[in-house]
Write a protein that binds this ligand. Sequence first.
Ligand code: AHG
Ligand code: MN
Ligand code: MN
Length: 337
Amino acid sequence: MSAVKTLNEFIIERQHDFPYATGELSAILRDIGLAAKVINREVNKAGLTNVLGAAGSDNVQGEQQQKLDVYANHQFIEALRYGHEICAVASEENEEIIIFDNENSKKGKYIIAFDPLDGSSNIDVNVSIGTIFSIYRRENIQEQVSEKDFYQKGKNQVAAGYVIYGSSTMLVYTTGKGVNGFTLDPSIGEFCLSHPDIKIPANGKTFSINEGNYKLYPKGVQEYINYCKEEDSSTNRPYSARYIGSMVADLHRNLIKGGIFIYPATTKSPNGKLRLLYECNPMAFIVEQAGGKASTGEINIMDVELTELHQRCPIFIGSAEMVEKACELFKSSILQL
Ligand code: AHG
Ligand code: MN
Ligand code: MN
């Protein structure tokens, strides 16, 4: 059996990819790995420990917070607070950014945005959930950090990743030099490199979209759904429909096997549901680094201007050729209007 490579060993090894690296980003990634293990411990025994169910509060989106949302949010913030590299965080669960005002953190070069628990509706039913994170460099470290520091395009991300709490727990991340996946070996409590240099197939056989909303979707999206269901052996259609309802889990499957995930605008939510800062941008960075694409239907996700912390954004993401086809139908239906 070949020797295992742990996440921490890999992070140190990869620091050499960045000749001027000071080790700060590496330290952040190690802190995230630790937070992921703590959250995983709770997720794994959720049914036994009174952490299932609603917390009795709503978050900024007006969504009911689950106890695990609150727990994961707290763990993530505390893991980063004393690391000295991050000076502020933005979370799905907090209306405003949280500034770390201890002396060391004030000088931190980095800020981080995250969705502590993605797929909250699946927590109580033992279906895969996740955590998503996105790291930016502050543009001006001389000034007091503010919400404005987060108003950057996704293409400025220096690192992004997700943790999936599934049949096994995995951490997948990129620093802009490919995508690597690590599986948690519970017997040694370490994330070990299991999926080096992940590449998403250019085409797949899976489409992931909440079809219950079909009638609320733009015409071009309806046309693409119909296209997925047509019979055509040259393109392996009909495609299979797979929709878990946890973006992390749906995208993880599509990243490994090929496929497309769409959360479009609807007549009720003209910008879709998913949040640009801590859902769409990090996933777009990972998928593009793996050779796939991520679009609003019209422009690349990572080119969208962010003007509000919790801004929503429609998303078409996954295998390059599938995203191109879906966007082509979407754009031509807009032109017909
Ligand atoms: P969160 O649990 O962080 O609020 O995110 C849930 C998101 C995403 O994970 C998933 O793809 C989507 O909501 C599902 O929404 P629908 O139930 O509207 O399909
Ligand atoms: Mn989410
Ligand atoms: Mn969430």
